[in-house]
Design a protein around this ligand. Structure first.
Ligand SMILES: [Mn+2]
Length: 473
């Protein structure tokens, strides 16, 4: 580990000072604050310092490793397993769901990004450059999820039902060069043909047919992505269809939606290249009373048609989490897509943080051995903070939650539960919260050559000063 290009030291940061270890006892880690100025004269000092701090990260890790080992938890094995888990970063955090279909990308269909933080990406090149910066702060190799409106149309109008793989070749080339997988999403909003709130469930056959053709076109784009990148592209179908106020016919739109979906999925595509997921929602802006694609609708559809079910953490009642749904649904559906998000009151899309809801999702995935059947995607957009930082915070939190879930003494806790020893189960769940998890997380970041601790914030700030602040608008 020593000598690797680690850049987690900045001025005025804290370093861990590890106490003397006597035998296996006395494992105390203290943090002290240091002031350190970077500059040409200080390069040597900085190198020495990096070395020392690396050593501190390693030492803290060794202590943490032995603490977890006392519980029968193998931290090295957990980190190895974690390195294989891919998170799909959503392109739309980078530009507030505007896309590149036209110069005036507007959002509707219940999509509303709030905030106006300067420097948002306005071209595919800018969005890719921004994503490159985010990926440098995130340990591991991951995926990127595109919406259909992020096509590259060379200034020509391309209708949604006319999109082709060549409109996404720039993205495929970029993904290939960076070792990323790509996922895809049809865009059933921000369009004159969705302006009355209905797409594939519209009573108007022309509208329905148009959006069916869009869905078919999107599957073909994703198939080509999967072929070129050698990893199946997950296409997630979410439609905003619904009524603001009380409908008298709740059934007919659902019948029409099921029929349209059957047409979209009529062509069999090799799952090696493309997979279909369907996503429900409880309500949206303008569809407060009734959403055609409700949870029950899509659960039934996914089960009966063998599709992936997409669970969005922000698409249920405010106190209803998706974690508890996973074990039940795992008995009846083959694979999941997750849209990990953070609902706050009526909003479904705050930046993901390492809170109890996220921990529960990760724990259910790990405890029920669902990682091999689950595609983890993110879905949030916040334009009040630096958009790259939003990606980094959300993704690092997701990975952190998975790592924490992998550091549980699961077999032991299950045994106590089966024996009825709920006292010990509760006691352990509480003690786990103060185990030295941070030392394992820091070491995992260092191992993957990404900034440890808060150092990434300075790198994002530098990019903001050098690049984002130069953008117009
Ligand atoms: Mn979603």
């Amino acid at each position: 580990m020593k000598g690797k290009n680690l850049f987690f030291m900045r001025k005025n940061c804290g370093i861990p000072v590890v106490s003397v270890v006597i035998g296996d006892e006395c494992q105390i880690i203290e943090w002290v604050s240091l002031s350190f100025e970077m500059g040409n004269d200080n390069n040597k000092r900085f190198d020495d310092f990096k070395e020392q701090t690396m050593s501190a990260v390693e030492q803290a890790y060794e202590l943490a490793k032995s603490r977890y080992a006392e519980l029968g938890v193998d931290t090295d094995a957990a980190m190895k397993k974690l390195a294989n888990i891919k998170i799909s970063l959503h392109c739309w955090q980078g530009d507030d769901v505007s896309g590149f279909e036209s110069a005036s990308g507007i959002s509707d269909g219940g999509i509303l990004a709030t905030g106006n933080y300067p420097g948002k990406a306005q071209t595919p090149e800018q969005l890719r450059a921004d994503a490159d910066v985010a990926f440098k702060m995130i340990p591991g190799k991951h995926r990127f999820s595109l919406h259909a409106i992020y096509l590259e149309n060379q200034g020509k109008k391309v209708e949604r039902d006319a999109i082709r793989p060549e409109h996404f070749q720039g993205w495929i080339d970029w993904a290939k060069a960076n070792g990323l997988g790509l996922d895809f999403n049809p865009t059933y909003f921000s369009h004159p043909k969705s302006a009355d709130g209905f797409t594939i469930s519209s009573p108007d056959k022309d509208i329905r047919d148009f959006w069916v053709r869009h869905g078919i076109a999107c599957r073909k784009v994703a198939e080509e992505m999967g072929k070129q990148l050698g990893t199946s592209s997950v296409v997630n179908f979410w439609m905003p269809d619904g009524f603001k106020d009380i409908p008298v016919d709740r059934l007919a739109p659902r019948q029409r939606m099921a029929e349209s979906l059957d047409k979209i999925f009529a062509e069999k595509i090799d799952p090696k290249f493309e997979l279909d997921a369907v996503e429900s929602k409880l309500f949206g802006i303008g569809s407060e009373t009734y959403v055609v694609g409700s949870h029950e609708f899509f659960m039934g559809y996914a089960m009966s048609r063998k599709k992936l079910i997409c669970l969005d953490a922000g698409h249920f009642h405010p106190s209803e989490g998706i974690a508890d749904k996973l074990s039940s649904m795992s008995l009846f559906v083959d694979e999941f897509l997750l849209h990990v998000s953070r609902p706050v009151r009526w909003d479904s899309d705050h930046v993901v943080i390492w809170n109890d809801d996220l921990r529960s999702i990760a724990e259910e995935l790990v405890r029920n051995d669902l990682l091999g059947r689950t595609h983890i995607g993110l879905d949030f957009f916040d334009a009040t903070i630096n958009r790259i930082a939003a990606w980094v915070i959300g993704t690092r939190s997701m990975i952190k939650a998975l790592l924490a879930a992998m550091l549980e003494p699961l077999a032991e806790m299950r045994k106590w539960e089966n024996e009825g020893d709920y006292t010990r189960r509760l006691a352990m769940l509480e003690e786990l919260k103060t185990m030295p998890f941070g030392a394992v997380w820091d070491y995992y970041c260092a191992q993957h050559n990404v900034p440890v601790g808060t150092a990434w914030i300075d790198d994002v700030r530098k990019y903001e000063a050098d690049v984002l602040s130069q953008r117009r608008g």
